[in-house]
Design a protein around this ligand. Structure first.
Ligand SMILES: Cc1cc2nc3c(=O)[nH]c(=O)nc-3n(C[C@H](O)[C@H](O)[C@H](O)COP(=O)(O)O)c2cc1C
Length: 397
């Protein structure tokens, strides 16, 4: 997704400058064309040769350097850039950008850029909280720059507080969000459910299912990268949270139902990929578990049918998609579900097919709508997520 995208990294005179070597390397591994521009002061913290070696491109410092890679370097590079990230951004460079000053290669290129410029302020806490710096940051925001809020932490100056540059992974996720995909879901709100629910039997044991949440998390990530505002209602998983996605963590099927009920009306698209534990202990009193001859007998009742609720309370502008896991008669059973629950699409998979279903990184699904059946090849869950969103967008237009 990042292949052949041009990323310009602006590095300023901050102790955090050394971390950008790792970020440059992460981007190169994703096949980005990475160009680093440093302020002269930044070269006190890390040598341009490091960036040149990692990126294969000349590291620009001097505005009037005779550069044979670019014709008028700052303008050519600014035109070519898909995104510019200034990290770490010193108080000095933030001040210059906020006032249109272009007295070095970095600030001159930034002024010439038409692409999004992301700024990651990094400095001592007192500098960061200085009203002038705060004012300049607000100015940049008003001019359309995206500001990455610094972390709190132990700073190089031995102070503790705001001003720490976030990890390279966080910086990477901002770049990825900006350039990975066309924003064909911009303005849309999507609710996705993922992961397994748990129904406590007693303080120690619970009923659950084999869902790992992989499919739902990939859908949430794909929708976010395509510009949607995403709410992810997540049961138990081992997957790290998806950046820029509002994640609501839940335990039981009732929790999931309540989170969906409270949020789905404001959404344009709802994708229910999670597999709920369909049953829970019927009562919450002490006698819910009876022990007979050493065996445990539990009265179970069905949990709320979340898809059915959505189908009953939806409006016709919403697109509702559910998942169905079958072991036999997949198409017939899924189609029946589509009608019964009053939804627009069922993503059906056959649990008996290898590479499909719980736990694995691949899936083989059939997309079923009122008048179509589209069988997709075996593919990664990431590719299923993107294809599913393609098909939903086609049907919504
Ligand atoms: C060891 C050291 C660390 C510094 N770290 C920072 C910093 O994290 N953030 C910052 O705004 N300034 C920091 N400074 C001050 C800047 O380097 C100084 O303001 C410089 O003029 C910035 O130049 P530039 O914005 O052109 O890179 C540091 C200075 C020193 C000596």
């Amino acid at each position: 997704m990042l292949k052949d995208k041009t990323v310009v990294l602006g590095v300023t005179g901050s102790i955090a400058a050394y971390k950008i070597a790792n970020l440059a390397s992460m981007l190169v591994k994703k096949h980005c064309d990475v160009h680093v521009i440093m302020t002269k002061n930044a070269t006190n913290f890390i040598n341009p040769i490091t960036f040149e070696t990692l990126t294969g491109n000349k590291c620009l410092v001097e505005t009037f350097d005779r550069n044979f890679q670019f014709h008028v370097a700052h303008v050519s590079l600014a035109k070519k850039a898909d995104v510019m990230l200034i990290a770490p951004a010193s108080a000095n460079v933030i001040g210059k950008l906020a006032h249109g000053i272009a007295d070095d290669m970095l600030t001159t290129t930034a002024l010439a850029c038409k692409c999004k410029i992301i700024v990651s302020p990094a400095m001592n806490t007192n500098m960061y909280n200085n009203i002038i710096v705060q004012d300049n940051i607000k100015k940049l925001e008003n001019y359309g720059f995206e500001i990455i809020k610094p972390d709190k932490g132990f700073l190089a100056c031995r102070d503790e507080g705001d001003g720490k540059m976030p990890s390279e992974q966080v910086l990477f996720s901002y770049i990825e969000k900006e350039i990975a995909c066309e924003k064909d879901l911009k303005g849309k709100k999507i609710l996705v459910t993922a992961g397994a629910t748990q129904e406590s039997i007693d303080p120690v044991r619970y009923i659950t299912n084999h869902s790992t949440g992989k499919m739902g998390y990939e859908i949430a990530r794909a929708a976010m990268l395509r510009g949607a505002e995403v709410i992810l209602v997540s049961g138990q998983t081992n997957i790290p949270e998806v950046p820029f996605v509002k994640t609501i963590k839940i335990k039981s099927a009732q929790d999931m139902f309540e989170a969906v009920r409270d949020n789905f009306e404001q959404c344009d698209i709802v994708i229910k990929s999670a597999a709920v534990a369909d049953y829970r202990p019927a009562t919450v009193s002490d006698d819910k578990i009876k022990k007979k001859d050493g065996d445990m007998i539990i009265n179970l009742e069905r949990t709320t049918d979340i898809l059915k609720y959505i189908g009953e309370h939806r409006n016709n502008n919403q697109y509702i998609c559910g998942f169905s896991m079958e072991t036999r008669d997949m198409i017939e059973n899924s189609r029946a579900k589509l009608h019964k629950k009053n939804i627009d699409m069922i993503v059906a998979n056959n649990l008996k097919e290898s590479g499909a279903g719980f736990g694995v990184d691949t899936n083989k699904v059939t997309l079923i709508t009122k008048d179509e059946e589209i069988s997709l090849e075996l593919m990664s869950k990431q590719d299923v997520a993107f294809t599913l969103i393609d098909k939903i967008i086609e049907r919504m237009n």
